[in-house]
Design a protein around this ligand. Sequence first.
Ligand code: MLT
Ligand code: ZN
Length: 468
Amino acid sequence: MTHLSALRAIVGDHGILTDPSDTAPYSQDWRRLYQGRTPAVIRPATTREVADVVRLCAETRTPIVPQGGNTSMVGGAVPAEDGSQLILSTSRLNRVRAVDPVDMTMTLEAGVTLKAAQDTAIGANCMLPLSISSEGSAQIGGVLAVNAGGNNTVRYGNARDLVLGLEVVLADGTVWNGLRRLRKDNTGYCLRQLFVGSEGTLGIITAAVLKLVPRSREIAIAFCAVRSPEDALELFTRYQAHDAAAISAFELMSGLGTEFVLKHIEGAVLPLASAAPFYVLVELATPRPGGGMRSTLESVLEDALEASVVQDAVIAESEAQRAAIWRLREEHSEAQKREGASVKNDVSVPVSKVPAFIRGATAACEKLIPGIRIVPFGHIGDGNIHFNLEQPEGSDPAWFLAQDHVLMDAVNDVVRAYDGSFSAEHGIGRLKPYMMPDWRGGAELALMQRIKAALDPTGIMNPGKMLP
Ligand code: MLT
Ligand code: ZN
């Protein structure tokens, strides 16, 4: 174990927390599935300090858990229970190094929150088209380390699609400066993409160059009541046929999940006259002035209402209404947490198979646990559904959580039948490494293990995460 005094000498008194009351919030995950323990949270303020810390840890073979905003849904950023792992927090690496509206790029340090990054881009009259529910706390380093997806994937792809360059501290303390901001750079293995999605198991991302897009000048958003996921998909295909390039988000919510939001989130209001089995949030946006988003939104909706594909709908008339509609969607996880214990399945299937998947997985879970409350929601426009399961009313939360593997396996059987993925955007973390041999076994997992061994030969980078 590395001597804490040696670490303190690198990062200074401000850069190290050792008091258990200070380290406790860093040692538990957002979902409260894991309560780890750590001798210290190290908070370097520069890339040089990160490199010196990692070099020291490599020499003493001290395991490091990199942590950004600690918003992982799969326990990806918390230490083990045995107190052997240090946490390296990126929160003090929080400088915006450059914004270039001509190149449409932004160079940020790992600890800048996603929300601050979005605001900085808007300040330069551009846009960072990545949005997730936890963006107020999630930090760029973590967002890239897990290749976050979110609400705009349908149009702009995932985090990895927005990365032009990276600066990474490798497992031996070497700094790789790959902060290039080129749109074309075809020079050997694409190393940055190896670190994006590696969940801190290969190195620590300390800075990144992100791609920006033109700022939306016109945004139109509707909240629609539908009878079923089939009708939600039908509405999606109608917008696709009409103007596919206009869709910036297309999100599904179940009636029950929305009920939880209305019950637990202060100020949340259903903007429709009556409740429905499912809801859809559709957002259209364009950087073109006078781009006709409102009329596109309306004309498809009118036809869909007439054809009874949509039962009722409201279009936001102000920025406040737009925010209120987004809030109904973004508070789903928080509301579900307040309602009780939940098992999350962050899965993806081809978009066309989402309704069949929801039906199949619902039947499988209801058969296993009568009274289980099914809360499917998420990014139907890109095929990523959060098939979340809430404990039956009045049941013991600990008993319910103990069923997690049985429930996740049953859901995954349905995912497999539709050629989907068992982890669409949250990553593997500590929750799902046991699934890896089954889903990615053979040559694929063996290749990942060889990469891990080559880049982190002493195994100090986020041990126990991602790989089984
Ligand atoms: C979201 O899209 O809100 C999160 O990824 C969801 C979750 O709780 O599974
Ligand atoms: Zn999501």
